[in-house]
Design a protein around this ligand. Structure first.
Ligand SMILES: Nc1nc2c(ncn2[C@@H]2O[C@H](COP(=O)(O)OP(=O)(O)OP(=O)(O)O)[C@@H](O)[C@H]2O)c(=O)[nH]1
Ligand SMILES: [Mg+2]
Length: 297
C-alpha cells in the first residue's frame, strides 16, 4: 500500500469507523429500512450533505452484492471523471489558484511547482498575494526548493499587475507552466472578489486563452460551508477544478463527494499533510475505498 493511500485512510478513519459500525458487510437485501436510514445519517455525519446522502443510499439499495460494494459503486457513479490535466496541450499552461484564507493555496502551489519541475517543465510562479509581506517570502521558499522561478513586486502592489507581469514574463521567456498565487479571501467580501475577477481578466489580456485552469483550494475540514464557497468562487473566478487539502486532519472526506457531485468539477489533487509528498492526484477508487470500511463478505 502506498504511504499516501495509508495517510488518506488514516485521515478518513473517523468517518470510515463510524460507517463500519453501521455496515457490517452483509448483502444489500439483508439491511432493514432502519439500518439504511442509519447509514444515511452516517453519510451526513461524514459531510456528504443531506441530498447526496439520500440518493447514495437510494441507489445503493437498487444494487446487488454487499452493502459496502453497492455504496462504493454509487459513490463512484457520483464522481465526475477527473482525467489528468494535459499541461502539455498549451504552452505556457497558465494556472490560477484561488480560495478562502488558509486553505493551503501557497503550500499546494509549492507542491505543484515541485511536481511539474520533476516532470521536466520550466515553472514560473507569480506572487499574487501582495496583502502580507510574509506571504511572498513563504512562497519564495517553496519556489526555490522546487527549482522554479518567481515574479514578485513590492508589498501592497496590485495583484492584477503581478499576474499580468508574470504571464508576460512567462510568455517572453517561454516557460512551460505559469502558476499564479492569490491572497485568501472570504467569498462574501465583495471588494476582494471583484479584485479576483480583475486578476482573471488581466491574465486573459496578457495571454488570450489563459487562464487554462482555475483551481480552488478547499480545506477538507470546512464542512458544508465549502459548498457556498465553491459556488461563489466559480461564479467570480471561473473555477475549473478543485483541490481538497487537510484530509489528514479533521477532514471527514464526504465533502469531496459532495463538491464533485454538486458542481461537476473534477477534484484535481488531494492533500494529506504539510510535506512535499503529501499532495497526490485524486484517484476516485482509492478515495472511496478509504472512506468506506473494508468489504468483508
Ligand atoms: N495538515 C495539513 N495541513 C496543510 C495541508 N495543506 C496545507 N496545510 C497547512 O495549512 C496552513 C495554511 O497553508 P497555506 O498554504 O499558507 O494556505 P493559504 O491558502 O496560502 O493561506 P492564505 O494565503 O493566508 O489564504 C499551513 O500551515 C500549511 O502547512 C494539508 O493537506 N494537511
Ligand atoms: Mg497563501
Amino acid at each position: 500500500m502506498s504511504s499516501f493511500f495509508s495517510r488518506l485512510k488514516q485521515g478518513l478513519a473517523r468517518s470510515r469507523d463510524s460507517l463500519a459500525q453501521l455496515m457490517p458487510g452483509g448483502s444489500v437485501d439483508a439491511l432493514s429500512e432502519e439500518e439504511w436510514l442509519d447509514i444515511e445519517d452516517g453519510l451526513i455525519m461524514a459531510d456528504c450533505g443531506g441530498e447526496l446522502s439520500g440518493s447514495l443510499v437510494q441507489q445503493a439499495r437498487k444494487r446487488r452484492g454487499s452493502s459496502i460494494e453497492a455504496l462504493q459503486a454509487s459513490m463512484l457513479a457520483m464522481i465526475p471523471d477527473s482525467k489528468a490535466v494535459q499541461i502539455d496541450a498549451q504552452k505556457p499552461f497558465v494556472l490560477l489558484v484561488v480560495g478562502v484564507n488558509g486553505t493551503g493555496k501557497t503550500t499546494t502551489i509549492g507542491k505543484l511547482a515541485t511536481l511539474f519541475v520533476q516532470q521536466g517543465k520550466s515553472v514560473l510562479v507569480g506572487a499574487g498575494d501582495t496583502f502580507r509581506a510574509a506571504a511572498v517570502d513563504q512562497l519564495a521558499v517553496w519556489v526555490e526548493r522546487a527549482g522554479a522561478d518567481m515574479v514578485r513586486q513590492h508589498d501592497g502592489a496590485d495583484p492584477a499587475s503581478v499576474a499580468y507581469d508574470t504571464v508576460q514574463r512567462g510568455l517572453a521567456k517561454a516557460y512551460d507552466v505559469i502558476i499564479i498565487d492569490t491572497a485568501g479571501r472570504v467569498q462574501t467580501d465583495r471588494g476582494l472578489m471583484d479584485e479576483l475577477a480583475k486578476v482573471r481578466r488581466v491574465i486573459n489580456k496578457a495571454c488570450p486563452d489563459a487562464p487554462h485552469e482555475v483551481w480552488q483550494v478547499v480545506d477538507g475540514g470546512t464542512g458544508q460551508n465549502a459548498v457556498v464557497q465553491v459556488e461563489k468562487f466559480r461564479e467570480v473566478a471561473g473555477t475549473t477544478g478543485l483541490i481538497v487539502t487537510k484530509l489528514d486532519g479533521s477532514g471527514k472526506g464526504g465533502i469531496v463527494l459532495q463538491l464533485s457531485h454538486s458542481f461537476g468539477l473534477p477534484i484535481r489533487y488531494v492533500g494529506v499533510g504539510e510535506a512535499l509528498e503529501d499532495l497526490m492526484p485524486f484517484d476516485a477508487e482509492d478515495f472511496v475505498r478509504s472512506l468506506l470500511p473494508e468489504h468483508s463478505l
